[in-house]
Design a binder for this molecule. Structure first.
Ligand code: HPA
Length: 266
């Protein structure tokens, strides 16, 4: 950890990011709009190389309207074979670099049939269906406690701010519970029915592990899902990664506008 943090601090020379943003599917190029210091994951001691198509795999440090920000362009997914430790390591590093607020974005399937693909959803809570927990293992007391409270992972205050911002920008949004699976297969209709009965409104293959670790580290978290498709069985259409990419691309501009304004308001 010290090796990683020292390496990055050397590169960014005195820059202390306060806001961290994890850019999900289709949102990666948000980071390209700002003058920045870029560090590829492949050069960072302790990081591994991201493999998902369309993800660049690098940290981008920049200022957004006066706010110091670090963005993850590309994230590690458990389904790629990375350990939960690898998946959440960058969050711990962000904490050590000074990040206090973490905005986690993702693409997700809509379970709630009153939602529409293309909607943005502020995550109010999650259900961790990955079958594991990123905090398993020896506890690092310098980051957080052994048994961290998860009763408000996603900050109510931040959701309220995000709602106000969305309203101001005339961007419609939903709110709901995110069910996290491991993937990489999409869910079966029976699984989606189960998740629905259990209280989930959207489903995706990321975010919960990162959010658990961020909360453990004492960060304020805002989670935003881009609902790219109806989850399996909500309609009769089969799911495809292509649809996910296409919908994410369609709403990208709105998502970017919202993200920019939320950062400014923080
Ligand atoms: N299920 C899981 N992950 C997803 C989905 C989905 O329907 N859409 C985008 N990511």
């Amino acid at each position: 950890m010290n090796l990683t943090v020292n390496y990055i601090n050397d590169k960014i020379g005195g820059f202390t990011p306060e806001i961290g943003i994890i850019l999900g599917s289709g949102l990666g190029d948000f980071a390209d709009n700002f003058e920045s210091i870029i560090i590829p994951y492949s050069q960072i001691p302790g990081f591994e190389t991201s493999q998902v198509q369309g993800h660049k795999g690098r940290l981008v440090f920049c200022e957004i309207n006066g706010k110091k920000v670090v963005m993850m362009q590309g994230r590690y997914h458990f389904y790629e074979g990375y350990s939960m430790n690898t998946v959440t390591y960058p969050v711990k590093v962000m904490k050590k670099l000074g990040v206090k607020t973490l905005i986690i974005t993702n693409a997700a399937g809509a379970i709630n049939s009153s939602f529409t693909p293309g909607d943005l959803m502020f995550i109010t809570d999650h259900i961790n269906f990955t079958g594991t927990n990123p905090l398993i293992g020896k506890n690092d007391d310098s980051l957080g406690t052994r048994f961290p409270d998860m009763s408000e992972v996603y900050s109510k205050k931040l959701i309220e701010k995000a709602e106000q911002t969305a309203k101001k920008l005339n961007i419609s949004y939903q709110k709901g519970v995110y069910a996290a699976t491991t993937g990489p297969s999409y869910e079966t209709p029976a699984e989606i029915k189960m998740y629905s009965i259990l209280g989930a409104n959207a489903v995706g293959m990321s975010t919960a592990p990162e959010a658990i670790v961020a909360k453990y580290c004492g960060m304020d978290i805002l989670g935003i899902s881009c609902l790219t498709n109806y989850a399996a069985g909500v309609t009769n259409t089969p799911l495809s990664h292509q649809e996910v990419i296409e919908t994410a691309a369609r709403v990208k501009e709105n998502f970017k506008t919202l993200l920019l304004e939320i950062c400014t308001q923080l």
